[in-house]
Design a protein around this ligand. Structure first.
Ligand code: ATP
Ligand code: MG
Length: 563
């Protein structure tokens, strides 16, 4: 584990009920002072922000207690898993800064051990091969209020079970023909203990083990063994596994092997999006979005492509904390976390999304003035850049109104406004096309009012951004919004009908200050007064300059920038 930075050490870590358990364990010496956590994704999709919470939690604990953190793929379901998902998960976990010190582990590496353990349970009379089909097993299982009934196969001899299990493994039976079940208690009030399935026959190629196996362990059987083999101390999972804990414990106790402690916490639910991998996969497969990393997806790769930073994800995880009860988290908190971070380091720039031409009356033709613009008012070390001012400019169409409502402090006929870093201008004439659309404003300017150096003491209420008509760079800008129009789309019967039709608005001919022609993926920008943006890395790779809006500015249009 890398040493903490001084800043990390100095900052008191927020505690939570899991850390309290660990503090107690360290006091009593329960795990000989060790702390070892893991993040165990199934490689059946890309990771989402809920997984990020789990990663931050598990890794954060390992880091703060000088422990270890494993990345382990729970690859026990060959029909749904792919190498592409493995690769994306490794990339995402690394990006989140969770240091697994090279320990990329796979459940499939333990298949032989799991098989041997199953044989041990059969020998103890604690597991049997069952020929009931899936429907029958469900029927025999009973309900929450009625006990189940014994399988007619539960009293097979050890010898017969060993033989059948061996033949299951050898591939003598078809999918679904037989299963291996633990022999526990068909009358248990906990349905999970009613002779749960340990192995299924699945004739499918596995992305790592190929055709070595045609029986695959179930989650419950596999998970505790994986934790045990890796010497995990605290096996942290989400609340839906609370009722599975007795089974986790039963397996490890019956095997008599090293036994980590399972602890459950509340999963992250975020409004205006969906988080189930099945639903995310459907969005991708039905092309409702541009792949798993579409900037509207709650996936880590989507958020990264949208311009989210590792720091913002960390802050978000800190803000939401760790609870024992499920709740819905407002997506506004995530937006808050990214704004907080971007405000600190995003480079400021001027970009006009809907250009309206402004020509300055009396400004000499072919004269250009160079102005120094601050790259980041929050960070002097970010330096300054040059802006070139001229006679013909573009401003934002929405910064001009012919019939303004009260309190509109931007440009109006006969009104004055300051151009950021430039002069105070006055709208003298509104030029319209044959359909009455405003196409140009002719404005006078006060030569004494140049920002910073001018002698004029005049003050105006509004400051607006602009670009130079001669030098501006054209680009596509994508404005993203929430993917769904309802708070909890997953609870809607036809959840796909609640997609937000305006979740992506493409602006084709935005005009940017020339410095943005050199913008690169991975940097964050604040287009002044408009929002936070980043270069879309997919388009960039294809040779196109496209900007993604990460998030709007909180007070986008009301804030008046002093200058
Ligand atoms: P599936 O939808 O396929 O069940 P899953 O989202 O539970 O998938 P896993 O790959 O099993 O995905 O999850 C890996 C780890 O991430 C698990 O420990 C799980 O508890 C945790 N996790 C998954 N979703 C969330 C969530 N929304 N909030 C917090 N942790 C989560
Ligand atoms: Mg799961």
């Amino acid at each position: 584990m890398n040493a903490n930075t001084p800043e990390e050490k100095a900052e008191p870590k927020k505690t939570n009920f899991i850390r309290e358990i660990i503090d107690e364990d360290l006091k009593t010496g329960k795990w000989d002072g060790r702390v070892h956590t893991r993040f165990p994704p199934e490689p059946n999709g890309y990771l989402h922000i809920g997984h990020a919470k789990s990663i931050m939690l598990n890794y954060g604990i390992a880091r703060d207690y000088n422990g270890k953190f494993n990345l382990r793929f729970d690859d026990t379901n060959p029909e749904k898993e792919e190498q592409e998902y493995v690769d994306s998960i490794i990339e995402d976990v690394k990006w989140l800064g969770a240091d697994f010190e090279g320990r990329i582990l796979f459940a499939s590496d333990y298949f032989q051990q799991m098989y041997d353990y199953a044989v041990d349970l059969i020998k103890k009379g604690k597991a049997y091969v069952c020929d009931l089909n899936a429907d029958q097993i469900r029927e025999y299982r009973g309900t929450l209020t009625a006990p189940g009934k014994e399988s007619p196969y539960s009293n097979r001899t050890v010898k017969e079970n060993l033989d059948l299990f061996n033949r299951m493994r050898k591939g003598e039976f078809a999918n679904g023909e037989k299963v291996l079940r633990a022999k526990i208690d068909m009358a248990s009030p906990n349905v999970n203990l009613r002779d749960p399935i340990m192995y299924r026959i699945v004739h499918a190629e596995h992305h790592r083990t190929g055709n070595d196996w045609c029986i695959y362990p179930t989650y419950d059987w596999a998970h505790g063994i994986e934790d045990s083999i890796e010497n995990i101390t605290h096996s942290i999972c989400t609340l839906e596994f609370e009722n599975h804990r007795p089974l986790y414990d039963w397996y490890l106790d019956e095997l008599g092997v090293y036994h980590p402690q399972q602890i459950e916490f509340a999963r992250l639910n975020l409004n205006y999006t969906v988080m189930s991998k099945r639903k995310l996969l459907q969005l991708v497969q039905e092309a409702k979005v541009d792949g798993w990393d579409d900037p509207r997806m709650p996936t880590i790769s989507g958020l990264r492509r949208r311009g989210y930073t590792t720091e913002a994800m960390k802050n978000f995880a800190e803000i939401i904390g760790v609870a024992k009860r499920d709740a819905m988290t407002d997506i506004a908190l995530l937006e808050y976390a990214i704004r907080e971070d971007l405000n600190k380091h995003a480079l400021r720039a001027m970009a006009v999304l809907k250009p309206l031409k402004v020509s300055l009356i009396g400004y000499p033709e072919d004269t250009e003035e160079v102005m120094d613009a601050v790259n980041n008012p929050e960070d002097a070390s970010a330096g300054t850049r040059k802006l070139v001012f001229g006679k013909e400019l573009y401003i934002e169409e929405t910064d001009f109104m012919e019939d303004p409502p009260k309190g509109f402090h931007r440009l109006v006929p006969g009104g004055e406004v300051r151009l950021r870093y430039g002069y105070i201008i006055k709208c003298e004439e509104v030029v319209k096309d044959s359909e009455g659309k405003v196409i140009e404003l002719k404005c006078s300017y006060d030569p004494e009012s140049r920002s910073g150096t001018g002698t004029s003491k005049k003050k105006v209420k509004g400051t607006i951004h602009w670009v130079n008509a001669k030098h501006a760079v054209k680009a596509e800008v994508r404005l993203y919004d929430r993917l769904f129009t309802v708070e909890d789309p997953a609870s809607e019967e036809n959840w796909l009908e609640n997609l937000n039709p305006d979740s992506l608005i493409t602006v084709n001919n935005a005009l940017l200050e020339p410095s943005l022609a050199d913008a690169k993926p991975g940097l964050n920008y604040q287009f002044e007064r408009t929002g936070y943006f980043c270069v879309d890395k997919k388009s960039f790779a294809a040779g196109n300059l496209v900007f993604n809006r990460t998030v709007t500015l909180k007070d986008s249009w009301t804030k008046i920038i002093k200058n």
